[in-house]
Design a protein around this ligand. Structure first.
Ligand code: HEC
Ligand code: HEC
Length: 277
């Protein structure tokens, strides 16, 4: 008798599989004792949202600074599943659901797009998307391999020259881009030619170069004068004629005045706390 029961249930299992993937779902263990930690943290069950891939990896062409990824998702549950929100791990990536929230009917499928930006970077870059759903969170990976191009290579070499001698930016070949365009100009035009070239407001700015609209210090005319005269401690050049730069003492004075108006000084209460090291 016992043999018969075992044989029968074995046969039932086989037919269940034979009917196709729909019925081949592994039933949840019924008789297991429920521990408290199981109740709090349910065992990871597979999310019924199934993606065409959880990781997408792309080899980037030279000069390409952005890539669009499309992930396809299918709701394999017998009930609706809601895709609430999608959160990229970096400001460099913009991800979009077809609608938010996206209430997916059983069997429904559709695309999720993510655009990753990597200007000025090279090598392997990996970013993550966290997908918040009514059935828990899922993680998708975006990976690119950006070849070292002539542009990124020459940028690296220029940086090395500036590290060796920061005044080199204002000399020889470098001057055609870094000095000549600002000659005879003042105010906004001088700023655009001589400063924005390195201090770009967007993601093209090198990592070591700060965003001037976001300086976390109490600034003043004297502060701007200090940077124009000395260039600060690292690779920014001094702009004063005395150090081979394009600006006379008066021009520095007038320009510092302009910058102090362009970037109104913050008072101490507006500064972000600097985390202790
Ligand atoms: C053809 C124009 C051009 C020439 C020539 C040039 N630069 Fe630049 N430089 C730029 C631009 C544009 C940027 C802003 C970053 C970018 O777009 O690559 C920049 C940025 C920089 C930066 C900031 C770091 C960075 O990568 O953004 C440094 C340092 C620098 N240049 C140094 C030099 C030195 C040293 C030379 C000469 C050996 C030089 N540059 C020649 C156009 C030029
Ligand atoms: C060759 C690239 C380059 C150019 C051109 C350049 N800077 Fe800079 N600047 C830097 C770098 C790199 C730093 C950060 C390192 C440092 O402080 O030495 C910096 C720092 C600064 C700071 C300090 C910001 C802070 O967080 O305290 C100020 C202010 C500044 N620059 C103003 C200017 C102005 C104004 C101009 C135009 C006249 C200019 N810079 C042109 C590269 C450049």
């Amino acid at each position: 008798m016992k043999h018969l029961i075992i044989a029968t249930s074995f046969w039932l299992t086989l037919t269940a599989f034979a009917e196709g993937p729909e019925t081949a779902v592994i039933p949840p263990p019924k008789e297991q004792p429920v521990h408290l930690d199981h109740a709090v943290l349910p065992a990871a069950t597979a999310n019924p949202l199934v993606w065409d891939a959880m990781v997408k990896e792309v080899a980037i062409k030279p000069m390409q600074t952005t890539n669009q990824f499309i992930f396809w998702v299918t709701n394999t549950a017998k009930t609706n599943v809601v895709l609430q929100h999608i959160q990229p791990s970096c400001g460099c990536t913009v991800a979009k659901l077809p609608k938010e929230p996206w209430n997916m009917a059983p069997g429904e499928f559709g695309p999720v797009s993510a655009v990753m930006n990597f200007p000025g970077l090279s090598g392997k870059i990996e970013k993550m998307l966290t997908v918040y759903t009514s059935e828990g969170q899922q993680i998708l990976w975006l990976k690119v391999n950006v070849p070292l191009t002539a542009t990124t290579e020459s940028r690296r070499q220029n940086m090395n020259k500036a590290i060796a001698d920061k005044q080199s930016v204002l000399k020889g070949d470098c001057a055609s881009c870094h000095v000549e365009k600002g000659r005879g100009k003042t105010g906004e035009e001088l700023f655009a030619a001589d400063c924005t070239i390195c201090h770009q407001p967007d993601g093209h700015r090198a990592e070591v170069v700060p965003n001037l609209a976001n300086i976390n210090k109490v600034t003043s005319k004297e502060y701007w004068k200090y940077y124009l005269e000395t260039g600060g401690p690292t690779v920014m050049p001094s702009f004063t004629v005395a150090k081979g730069g394009p600006l006379s003492a008066e021009e520095i004075d007038t320009f510092a005045e302009f910058l102090n108006k362009k970037f109104p000084p913050k008072d101490k209460s507006q500064l972000k706390p600097v985390s202790a090291r």
